[in-house]
Design a protein around this ligand. Structure first.
Ligand SMILES: Nc1ncnc2c1ncn2[C@@H]1O[C@H](COP(=O)(O)OP(=O)(O)OP(=O)(O)O)[C@@H](O)[C@H]1O
Ligand SMILES: [Mg+2]
Length: 214
């Protein structure tokens, strides 16, 4: 079964004849990966945001069909995204500082996500948080840190830890390794691969680095 299938996706700006994205179709079978490659400014990030129901106003998503796990989505109905975002589709942001709350300690952020989306009791969520951080190679001291106290690679790991907590069907990783040194890049790609193998998560990897795609 396909985890995600998109038919003729377009992104338009009201009042303009030119579309930012046009005619994008793809399907990713469960547990498989797809690379989305393109020059800067071609609409990769906007496509990812559109697939999470997070397209900024006034941009509009137009599409012939979107299905997640074989279930067709009412793509023009924002309510229907609510059940999908997080557990269905989760996005790792190009800039981790956009994804993480700058005022909340890392441990509390992960635990809150587990509490909100998985319904775990707060104490259980905190215990699970330590294990998740360990899985992405971060020590227990990370729990007490605020996002600005971490390096770019560490912040990407925190986003991956949150993805591991949610076990989404589809993970969209927008430039997950950009700006990181080559050794850390390999580690981050290894973690994404691990997530895909462990949970059957399908990956949509956005990059303009063909080595990352390969
Ligand atoms: N909120 C917005 N309103 C209108 N246009 C936007 C908005 N956000 C982005 N754009 C435009 O849409 C185009 C695509 O932007 P997007 O960020 O998706 O590109 P990208 O392919 O991810 O580029 P990069 O590789 O640099 O990350 C750009 O030309 C940008 O100026
Ligand atoms: Mg982008």
């Amino acid at each position: 079964m396909n985890s995600i299938a998109i038919e003729s996706l377009a992104i338009e700006t009201p009042g303009s004849d030119t579309r930012i994205v046009e005619g994008l179709s793809f399907a990713i079978p469960q547990g498989r990966s797809l690379g989305l490659v393109g020059e800067s400014g071609t609409g990769k990030t906007l496509t990812a945001l559109a697939l999470c129901g997070l397209l900024p106003e006034p941009l509009r998503l137009v599409c012939s069909g979107i299905s997640i796990n074989g279930k067709k989505l009412e793509w023009d109905n924002r309510l229907s995204w609510r059940g999908v975002r997080g557990k269905g589709v989760f996005m790792i942001f190009q800039s981790a500082s956009l994804a993480l709350d700058p005022t909340m300690r890392i441990g509390a952020q992960i635990a809150e996500t587990l509490h909100e989306t998985k319904g775990l009791k707060r104490k259980t969520a905190r215990a699970r948080t330590a294990r998740l951080l360990e899985r992405v190679g971060l020590g227990p001291e990370t729990e007490k840190c605020l996002p600005f106290q971490l390096s770019g690679g560490m912040r990407q790991r925190v986003q991956i830890a949150i993805a591991m907590a949610l076990e989404p069907s589809v993970l969209i990783a927008d430039e997950p390794t950009t700006g990181l040194d080559p050794l850390i890049q390999i580690q981050i790609l290894g973690l994404l691969d691990n997530l895909s193998r462990s949970f059957g998560t399908s990956l949509l990897i956005i990059s303009h680095d063909l080595r990352v795609i390969a």
